[in-house]
Design a protein around this ligand. Sequence first.
Ligand SMILES: C[S@@+](CC[C@H](N)C(=O)[O-])C[C@H]1O[C@@H](n2cnc3c(N)ncnc32)[C@H](O)[C@@H]1O
Length: 212
Amino acid sequence: MSKELEKAISYYDKFSRYYDWLSPKRYYHKARNFAIQQLQLEEGTTVLNIPCGTGQNFEYFQKYLNGSGLIIGIDLSEGMLEKAKQKQSENNWNNIQLIKEDATQITPAWIKENVGKSIQVDAIFCDLGLSGFPEWEKVIDNLLSILSPKGKLVIMDWYIPKSTLRGAFIKWIGKGEVDRPIYQYLENQVANFTLNDTFNRGGVFVATGIKK
Ligand SMILES: C[S@@+](CC[C@H](N)C(=O)[O-])C[C@H]1O[C@@H](n2cnc3c(N)ncnc32)[C@H](O)[C@@H]1O
């Protein structure tokens, strides 16, 4: 692990205690709700969420899954995963598998080894992750490679290309970048690309696509 990534993960391990308080559900509710609608989840489907953080998405997924199917939650911070585990046990959600892993390692072979040989990933939600992940383009390519043929990849993240005070604050608190051309890259890798960049006063976008 690079020094930079180590620093970011140790930050999230500590930040996990305050994350749900400092980044409350209502702050991203509109974007999350819209993004998760785009996944087109149905009872019995498998959705992969990376980075799952403290599990803020789980209750949104369960609206469609009702405890069925499988939610694979991946994150590299033990502290964040601990909070996600808490939500899982408080709600008796038995359809969630939490795994500690670096986003750059998620490949079809990794899925077979860590989740199951016959698993089909019907949908992937990558929220507030690519702005911080190393090798983010490679992560997008890998995520597309594990997706089932008609499955959707949905990305929710920040995009503030001009240098602003708000951008600097989001960068500082999230330990990521806010000017990566994430959706522009996605557009070239997928079919049926869609974009909605109107969330959080135009700072947060939701982009979707299926495998080409
Ligand atoms: C801003 S939080 C977003 C969490 C969650 N998606 C949400 O919206 O609440 C960023 C997360 O990315 C995780 N993370 C950072 N680098 C990672 C990596 N290389 N692999 C996996 N997770 C990583 C952090 O541990 C943290 O939980």
